[in-house]
Design a protein around this ligand. Sequence first.
Ligand SMILES: C[S@@+](CC[C@H](N)C(=O)[O-])C[C@H]1O[C@@H](n2cnc3c(N)ncnc32)[C@H](O)[C@@H]1O
Length: 241
Amino acid sequence: MSVADAFGRAAHYDAHAAVQRIVAEKLADRILALPLPPDPRVLEIGCGTGFLGLELVDNLEPSHWRMTDIAPAMVDRARQRLDDRANVSFAVMDGEHPDVAGRFDLICSSLTFQWFGDLPAAVARLRRRLSPRGSLVFTTLAEGSFFEWRRAHGDLAPGTRDYPSTEALAAMGLEVEIETIPMAHKSAREFLRSVKGIGAGTPRDGHRPLTPSELRGVMGRFEAKGCVASYVVATCVAGPL
Ligand SMILES: C[S@@+](CC[C@H](N)C(=O)[O-])C[C@H]1O[C@@H](n2cnc3c(N)ncnc32)[C@H](O)[C@@H]1O
């Protein structure tokens, strides 16, 4: 299943998205502290159901906020939340290859760039779409995310992706801040349900699914260590190229 289909099917995204909500709120505070031009023109990538837009649209008073996501169902849900704002528009778009005209004072995104195939190239492309005083600001998962789940795999290969290190992000010209958010779960099953519930269950390319007995072993070891899965969140900022 494609990433867009998996997110499109996440009908109960909001109920499972506690971390996403916290991260979007903190990102909104970070954006409000930036020296942006007045009435900024904004492009949001991977808007999901609209957490970040909801935090910012009224406070930032953008001249225009373009909300985009690769999953049509997510764009529909964001539209249901924010359609009453005259300065907001919606589009289905692959943010890794943005199909938009003009330059933006702010390009922002929360917990989406970890799905990009070539992050350095995407970052460079997006920085070229900034106005002279514009900023690219995003959160993404970084190295160490879900290390407890990975550890429970022992010698087996986990389906979780390889997330970039702070050094790799800095090498893309990004200013990086890291925060670790440990999330406790009732059981391994509940952890897996939450990952699926937010549409993030797509394994990395080439992953061999575990056999039922291998999966039971992983779940048992994960539960034996307390059922905590940590999100290592990088907040990244850069100016135009
Ligand atoms: C974890 S959700 C985050 C959604 C929202 N920003 C939030 O904080 O709740 C990731 C979102 O990225 C979207 N996405 C994944 N790959 C994308 C891409 N290449 N371009 C645009 N959106 C993408 C998914 O459809 C999903 O809505």
